[in-house]
Ligand binder design. Structure first.
Ligand SMILES: [Fe+2]
Length: 289
C-alpha cells in the first residue's frame, strides 16, 4: 500500500488535532502493537495496518463518539478503489474491525481480535492499564506485552518512521509555523536549547532545517532575555521555579527562566499553561543524569 498517500487522504478529512489522543501517534502505536501480536498469532498484517489508519480516522471528538467506528469503516469502503490493496475477504475483516472496535467485544475472527487488542493495548496514553479480561488474544494478554505497550503509550511515544512514511513533516508545525509542543518537542527543546545556550555546537545538525531554525531562534531569544530582560524573567519565577532541575548555579536558573520567557512570548501562552507544558517534558527525578 502507498501509506503516504493514504495517510494524507485520511488526514485531509480528520477533524481533530492530528497529535491528539486519537491522532497519528496513536495510529502508529496501534500499528506497531498489531504487528507485534500478529507475529505470534498469524493475524493478517495488511488488515492490521489499514485498521490502524482507519479506526479512529472519523472521530468528531476525543471523548464518547459512538459512531466513529462505523464512519471509519465507511471511509475505508469509499477509499477502497484508489487507496486500498485488500481482497474482498480482507476488506470485510477491516470493515468489521473498524465498525465494532468500540463495542467492547472479544469474540471474533483472529485478525479482528488482533486489531481490537492493538487498539486496547494503547490505553496507557490515557492513564489506564489494559485489563487482560478485556483483551481478546493470548498474545495480547501476556504481562510483558501489556507492560511493553503501556510503557510506550504512557510516554506517548511517536514512532520516528511516521514523519516520512505518512508524509507528516508539515504537520509538525501549527498555523503560526511553530512546532507543536508535544511531549517529544518539549523534551527536545529542554535538552537542546538549554544546552545550546552554553554549548551551541551541541545542536544536532541532522535535525530538519525548520526545527533547527526554530531552535536557533529560541536560543537567540533566550540569550536576549537573559542579557536584557531581567525583570520579565524574574516574573516567570513563581510558575517555572518548581520545574527547574536541581542546578545550584544562579546563572543556570536565570537561563532556564529566559528560555521559559522566550517560549511564552513565541507561543503567546499564559505562564500557568507554559508551566504545565514544560512539566510534561521534564525528566522524572530518578531519570536525571
Ligand atoms: Fe483507537
Amino acid at each position: 500500500m502507498n501509506e503516504e498517500k493514504l495517510a494524507a487522504k485520511i488526514l485531509s478529512q480528520y477533524r481533530l488535532n492530528p497529535f491528539g489522543t486519537h491522532g497519528v501517534s496513536h495510529w502508529a502505536r496501534v500499528m506497531e502493537n498489531g504487528l507485534r501480536l500478529c507475529l505470534e498469532n498469524g493475524a493478517d498484517q495488511d488488515v492490521i495496518r489499514y485498521f490502524a489508519l482507519f479506526h479512529d480516522s472519523c472521530r468528531r471528538n476525543e471523548g464518547l463518539d459512538f459512531n466513529h467506528g462505523l464512519r471509519g469503516a465507511n471511509l475505508a469502503r469509499r477509499l477502497r478503489r484508489d487507496f486500498i490493496r485488500l481482497n474482498d475477504t480482507q476488506l470485510e475483516l477491516l470493515v468489521l474491525a473498524c465498525r465494532d472496535h468500540t463495542k467492547g467485544r472479544t469474540k471474533a475472527h483472529i485478525t479482528i481480535q488482533t486489531c481490537w487488542d492493538a487498539d486496547r493495548l494503547d490505553l496507557g496514553r490515557v492513564g489506564k492499564i489494559p485489563d487482560p479480561a478485556r483483551l481478546c488474544t493470548e498474545a495480547a494478554k501476556h504481562p510483558e506485552t501489556i507492560a511493553w505497550a503501556t510503557e510506550r503509550a504512557s510516554r506517548r511515544i511517536v514512532p520516528e518512521w511516521i514523519w516520512n512514511a505518512w508524509g507528516l513533516k508539515a504537520l509538525r508545525f501549527n498555523d503560526k509555523g511553530l512546532p507543536w509542543l508535544d511531549r517529544q518537542m518539549v523534551a527536545r527543546i529542554l535538552k537542546r536549547v538549554t544546552c545550546g545556550f552554553l554549548y551551541r555546537e551541541r545542536v544536532d545538525m541532522a535535525e530538519d532545517k525548520q526545527i533547527r531554525d526554530f531552535l536557533e531562534m529560541l536560543t537567540s531569544m533566550q540569550h536576549y532575555n537573559y542579557s536584557y530582560r531581567s525583570e520579565a524573567i524574574m516574573e516567570m519565577k513563581e510558575h517555572i521555579m518548581p520545574l527547574i532541575p536541581d542546578m545550584a548555579h544562579t546563572d543556570v536558573i536565570r537561563m532556564w527562566l529566559a528560555l521559559a520567557l522566550a517560549l511564552k512570548d513565541l507561543y503567546h501562552m499564559p505562564r500557568s499553561r507554559l508551566a504545565a507544558i514544560l512539566a510534561k517534558g521534564l525528566p522524572q527525578p530518578q531519570e536525571r543524569e
